[in-house]
Write a protein that binds this ligand. Structure first.
Ligand code: GTP
Length: 208
């Protein structure tokens, strides 16, 4: 595991964001585009995991995103899975030039939920990135990606790390998903609390 920029801003909230997807879909490139605004055509396969931090402001609040870029190749599975635990959000990534990488999103989601040991799997904030939209010959029809995302209730962003398309937007969306998830968990906790209070009241006011 390696990381840079690991200092965090004291006034910000730290969010752990995990990037998952098949080898070569562009996870490292997306992280580098987002954090350093750079793109390298000669990137190497990630071995295990790497992380970088970046501060962003969403809805007036500062967040330090700790972005964990994982190795997509199957042979590195045992090196990446221990790092899923404690994640606040997961970016599932595929390449629009690679149909198999879209098909594998279900396996990535499943692997993540298993090793992250997520309690409320249905509410966990995932975002899907269809990367390399700059490539003219795409194997994945947009409708197919949209259909997978609709079935899984996950927002979809078409990105290009190479041409810096939608990369910032997708990371902002990840934070917004986390905020939304917290709101819905708060609301359901409040509803449970209200229900309990009502039943208490009913017992107290019962006359006989
Ligand atoms: N055309 C194009 N190429 C890209 C884009 N993003 C990444 N690439 C290229 O795709 C190759 C793989 O990119 P990586 O970022 O290393 O992919 P990865 O998903 O991190 O791969 P693993 O580390 O093996 O999991 C590199 O040659 C990149 O330059 C993109 O948006 N457009």
């Amino acid at each position: 595991m390696s990381g840079r920029n690991s200092k965090t801003n004291k006034n910000s909230r730290l969010l752990k964001v995990v990037l998952l997807g098949d080898g070569g879909v562009g996870k490292s490139s997306l992280m580098n585009r987002f954090v350093s605004n750079k793109f390298d055509t000669q990137s190497f396969h990630t071995i295990g995991v790497e992380f970088l931090n970046k501060d962003i402001i969403v809805n007036g609040e500062t967040f330090t995103l700790q972005i964990w870029d994982t190795a997509g190749q199957e042979r590195f599975k045992s090196l990446r899975t221990p790092f899923y635990r404690g994640a606040d959000c997961c970016l599932l990534t595929f390449g629009v030039d690679d149909m198999v990488s879209l098909k594998n999103l279900s396996l990535w989601k499943k692997e993540f939920l298993y090793y992250a040991d997520v309690q409320e799997a249905d509410l966990f904030p995932f975002v899907v990135l269809g990367n390399k939209v700059d490539i003219a010959e795409q194997e994945v029809a947009e409708e197919e990606a949209i259909a997978w995302c609709a079935a899984n209730h996950v927002p979809y962003y078409q990105t290009s790390a190479k041409d810096a398309i939608n990369v910032d937007t997708a990371f902002h969306a990840a934070v917004e998903r986390v905020i939304e998830q917290e709101r819905s968990l708060d609301n359901s906790a409040r509803n449970i609390h209200d229900t309990v209070d009502l039943s208490k009241k009913a017992t107290r006011s019962g006359c006989c």
